[in-house]
Design a protein. Structure first.
Length: 398
């Protein structure tokens, strides 16, 4: 049998051991972690809706009307009118003709990719795509061709050299770097090479585009240009669940074929109603997005002045590059001593030598909160204007 204990010890020695903190109470910047009050900068609750009274009220109302359990899969008797209402709202919100509600983004990626590509087909996947995309590609049993991050020239060569059914899949906003995929170029390439484009906009929905409609609509791309868009409710929307949106025919196809849609219990209807309420809030609340953009600019200006190395990101995901995994853990621990919670992200989530603190900003952070974070970083700031840290690796991950 494998020596599992030794593998854990090896991880500890390499600074790659993972632990969980126990959070008490609601998710918000001021949170209790392992019993200690902390100011958090690592949640994906970008708009600060996870603890919003309107969403809680919608869920409570939904619970008292419809009870709790989903009771069955969608194709047996679990497809509640609340799910249907959410799908219609989603189609309108995303500017697509249809939408399908999944239990999580992980399940959506696994189900959608494995349904739309199979044995004998080819899936082209960005090197920095999310783990759930990578697993969806593997599950499909298609040939997987990984292209260098956001490199449309390399992708074009791969597409030109491949026959048969082709699917291109990319994050809209990359979850660990915060940069945005070259969606317009990708759409043009897919059109030229008759490939189906799938964009997972887990981090774009709610934050980017007109009324928070995501990175695809931020670039004005239609359903013909980007046929399949995936999003999650677990991040900016502050609830739970996920969706795919696109042509009605494809949605119908997925109901027939997406195994992670078919063989799982429907989400509690009350949660679907909370997500409906969340879409209403997200659409309306430009002020939250404006404050968030202000925080992003302020953070980048201050951190650059402190000689920290950032990534070219305009989104609330602002990685602070460190390089070595143990050094990233130490910086995180130094901040923690000051009551600041910023998690270190290490391999295999990011490439070797590209460990970082993944700072995420939220519309519920105040200017004073951000000042505290910047003061915390200032206490551990790099000494020189010419950092001797190694250049950040851009190698393929996982
Ligand atoms: C978080 C994330 C997912 C998974 O979504 P969940 O609803 O949390 O399962 C999928 N794709 C990307 C890019 C993500 O960042």
């Amino acid at each position: 049998m494998r020596d599992f204990a030794q593998e854990i010890e090896d991880r500890k020695a390499a600074g790659l051991y993972r632990t969980r903190r126990h959070v008490s109470g609601p998710q918000q910047p001021q949170l209790i972690a392992d019993g200690e009050p902390m100011l958090g900068f690592c949640s994906n609750d970008y708009l600060g809706l996870a603890n919003h009274p309107s969403l809680i009220a919608a869920a409570e109302h939904g619970l008292s009307r419809n009870g709790l359990g989903g009771a069955s899969s969608h194709l047996i008797c679990g497809h509640h009118e609340a799910h249907h209402q959410l799908e219609q709202k989603l189609a309108r919100f995303t500017g697509r003709s249809g939408a399908l509600f999944f239990s999580t983004g992980y399940m959506a990626n696994m189900g959608v990719i494995s349904a739309l590509a199979g044995k004998g087909d080819t899936v082209f996947s960005d090197a920095l795509n999310h783990a759930s995309i990578i697993d969806g590609c593997k599950l499909s049993r298609a040939t997987i061709k990984t292209y260098p991050h956001a490199d449309t020239d390399a992708l074009e060569q791969l597409l030109a050299g491949t026959d048969g059914h082709k699917l291109v899949v990319t994050d809209g906003v990359f979850s660990m770097d915060g940069d945005i995929a070259p969606l317009r170029e990708l759409a043009q390439l897919c059109h030229r090479h008759d490939a189906l484009l799938v964009v997972d906009d887990a981090h774009g929905f709610g934050c980017l585009g007109p009324q928070g409609r995501g990175s695809v609509l931020a670039q004005g791309l239609t359903e013909a240009e980007v046929p399949v868009v995936i999003g999650t409710f677990g991040k900016a929307f502050g609830t739970s669940g996920a969706f795919v949106a696109g042509p009605a025919l494809l949605m119908d196809y997925l109901v027939q074929k997406a195994r992670t849609y078919i063989y799982t219990t429907a989400m509690p209807p009350a949660l679907a109603l909370a997500s409906c309420a969340s879409i209403d809030l997200v659409e309306r609340d430009d002020a939250r997005r404006a404050h968030l953009a202000h925080l992003v600019t302020k953070f980048r200006t201050a951190m650059t002045a402190l000689n920290y190395q950032l990534m070219p990101s305009e989104t609330p995901i602002q990685p602070v590059m460190v390089g070595d995994a143990r050094a990233a853990l130490k910086l995180s621990a130094d901040l923690e001593k000051q009551g600041l919670l910023v998690t270190a992200i290490r391999p295999p989530t990011v490439p070797q030598g590209a460990s970082r603190l993944r700072v995420t900003l939220s519309a519920t952070h105040t200017d004073a909160d951000l000042d505290r974070l910047i003061a915390g970083f200032a206490a551990s700031a790099p000494q020189t204007t010419h950092p001797t840290r190694p250049a950040v690796a851009t190698a393929t991950i996982r």
